[in-house]
Design a protein around this ligand. Structure first.
Ligand code: 13P
Length: 288
């Protein structure tokens, strides 16, 4: 099976009241771990890369080839989409050309008219070649330079306007933020989610900043139209913690513990375990 667009898997999730996990990849190991986890959990998956991560990995084509080749050589049977995360206007176009099966165009930093115009263009281009599209309304807060901003709340009228352009799924701020949540985080704003869900008339919604949101909140959000949940930080954290523990115990000094295949194994095992746990929590396990 080849890589698929994310449209069908997300629509099925929306109807079935579960969410597709969208895990960010950063390298070969991450990609293998994600594929291992979803094959074990029997979950459809969106593997996504930011423009920065794609550059780190050697470019968009490299990412496409890596995911396709691993998918084949690992004999993966669950549906896998390859998605650009927070794409620019130029980046989205390049990824459509390079063979990504899904792209996010994040025009949230433009004024709304320009976001609409550019979203419309990317949607039409992507759909002409069977690629699914995510757009974003309003910003999503997060930590930059050590300062954590509050999660933003998207305007339901703007969400409605972008949904009507024919986007396949829509990211809208409901108090969620990227990165670690501060101790005094107010939680997801379900009143705003309800207003947005009503405004978009059945369009699947995307929850960014999925790391560390209590599962009772993600489950409630799924009942209110969220059908894709993005997770990056949480996989990075479990990887870093497991690797740090391995080194703190001096295992990198035992035998050939410094061999990357040994050194990275505890972190990789931790990613696989966390990704399986998230598939179960989001309800996507056994839905492939
Ligand atoms: P986290 O890093 O907070 O999990 O957010 C991931 C994300 O939303 C990517 O777009």
């Amino acid at each position: 099976m080849v890589l698929v667009s994310a449209k069908e898997m997300i629509e099925k999730a929306h109807e079935g009241h579960y969410a597709i996990p969208a895990f960010n990849t950063n390298n070969l190991e991450w990609t293998k771990c994600i594929l291992t986890a979803v094959e074990q959990a029997k979950s459809p998956v969106i593997i996504q890369a930011s423009e920065g991560a794609a550059k780190y990995m050697g470019g968009y084509k490299m990412v496409v080839d890596m995911v396709k080749d691993l998918h084949d050589s690992m004999g993966i049977t669950v549906p896998v989409a390859l998605h650009l995360d927070h794409g620019t206007y130029e980046g989205a176009k390049k990824c459509i050309d390079a063979g990504f099966t899904s792209v996010m165009f994040d025009g949230s930093h433009y004024d709304f008219e320009e976001n609409m115009a550019k979203s419309k263009e990317i949607i039409s281009l992507a759909h002409s070649v069977g690629v699914s599209v995510e757009c974003e309304v309003g910003g999503i807060g997060g930590t930059e330079d050590g300062v954590t901003s509050n999660g933003e709340l998207a305007d339901p009228a703007e969400c409605k306007a972008i949904a009507e352009l024919g986007v396949d799924f829509l990211a809208a701020g409901i108090g969620n933020i990227h990165g670690k949540y501060p101790a005094n985080w107010a939680g997801l704003n379900f009143d705003r989610l309800n207003e947005i869900n009503e405004a978009v008339n059945g369009k699947p919604l995307v929850l960014h900043g999925g790391s560390g949101i209590p599962f009772d909140q993600t489950s409630k959000a799924i009942t209110m139209g969220v059908s894709k949940i993005n997770v990056n930080t949480e996989l990075q954290l479990v990887f870093a913690e497991a690797t740090a523990k391995y080194c703190a115990e001096g295992k990198h000094n035992e035998g050939k513990g410094y061999d990357p295949r040994k050194l990275l194994k505890p972190g990789c095992d931790a990613i696989v375990a966390k990704a399986i746990e998230l598939c179960e929590a989001f309800g996507s396990a056994n839905k492939a």
